[in-house]
Ligand binder design. Structure first.
Ligand code: SF4
Length: 249
């Protein structure tokens, strides 16, 4: 089986509770969403860009699509110094390639990495098909007032429940902009509590200015929303996209 990838590189994890760890990123092409704040080109590309020397900006190009065996070989070469703690599957939407992942992930078993899935958090059946191979799920809970897309809360709650049922580590990321609707935010907090339990870790990620929106939230808004979410889910942190501050991939 083959798939389209856009980039493979080693860098620091810039988001969420594992910020600062060294991860090997595998970025898949394609996404079923169209968040207004998206900063990623999700189109299929003719070649995948591979950075073997971290931070060098020198990319080798390999023609897409890649077999799982080809990808394993590239991952092992990028990680030749064994400095990457986890493999971060990102996108786009990696779960759109669940069949491919079912073939790939067993091949990586035994290499000593844990598998960290970055996901829009709305494809529960696809998650279920690969969850046995996943160690950490970083799932989005998307707010209509922020993404400018139709709400997908029921899919998020199903998704979160699967993580809990299979006892897989999970946290929920709420990207918030200045346009965040407080009522919708509280609905999200209550939904997370119901599906994942009161101890679910929530990361409020302030939206970063993007090509289609500059509605960046203020510090006062973030503090107010953290207080409000904490009244439902006590474990809530505000963490921005730190890799962008450091101008890293
Ligand atoms: S889910 Fe992620 S990759 Fe897809 S459009 Fe939204 S921000 Fe972009």
């Amino acid at each position: 089986m083959k798939t389209y990838l856009s980039e493979i590189f080693s860098s620091v994890q810039g988001e969420g509770p594992y910020v600062g760890e060294r991860h090997l990123f595998v970025r898949f092409c394609g996404c079923h969403r169209d968040c207004i704040f998206c900063d990623t080109n999700t189109e299929r590309t003719e070649t995948v860009l591979i950075e073997y020397e971290p931070g060098s900006g020198n990319f080798e190009q390999v023609v897409n699509p890649l077999t799982s065996e080809q990808l394993v070989e590239i991952i092992r070469k990028v990680d030749s110094r064994k400095t990457n703690r986890r493999i971060s599957l990102t996108g786009g939407a990696p779960l759109l390639q669940a069949h491919y992942l079912r073939e790939l992930l067993p091949l990586l078993d035994g290499d000593g990495h844990s598998i960290y899935l970055e996901t829009a958090g709305d494809l529960p059946q696809q998650l279920k098909s690969i969850i046995e191979w996943i160690d950490i799920v970083a799932m989005d809970v998307k707010l209509e007032s922020v993404t400018h897309e139709k709400s997908t809360f029921p899919a998020h709650w199903q998704f979160l429940k699967i993580c809990r049922d299979f006892d897989v580590e999970v946290f929920c990321k709420l990207v918030l902009s200045a346009e965040t609707h407080e009522g919708e935010l509280m609905e999200a907090a209550k939904g997370i509590k119901k599906a994942g339990g009161e101890d679910t870790l929530v990361i409020i990620q302030p939206m970063t200015k993007a090509a289609r929106t500059d509605a960046v939230p203020t510090g006062a808004q973030l503090l107010r929303w953290q207080d409000k979410v904490a009244s439902v889910l006590p474990n809530v942190r505000v963490i921005p996209q730190t890799h962008k501050m450091m101008e890293m991939l």
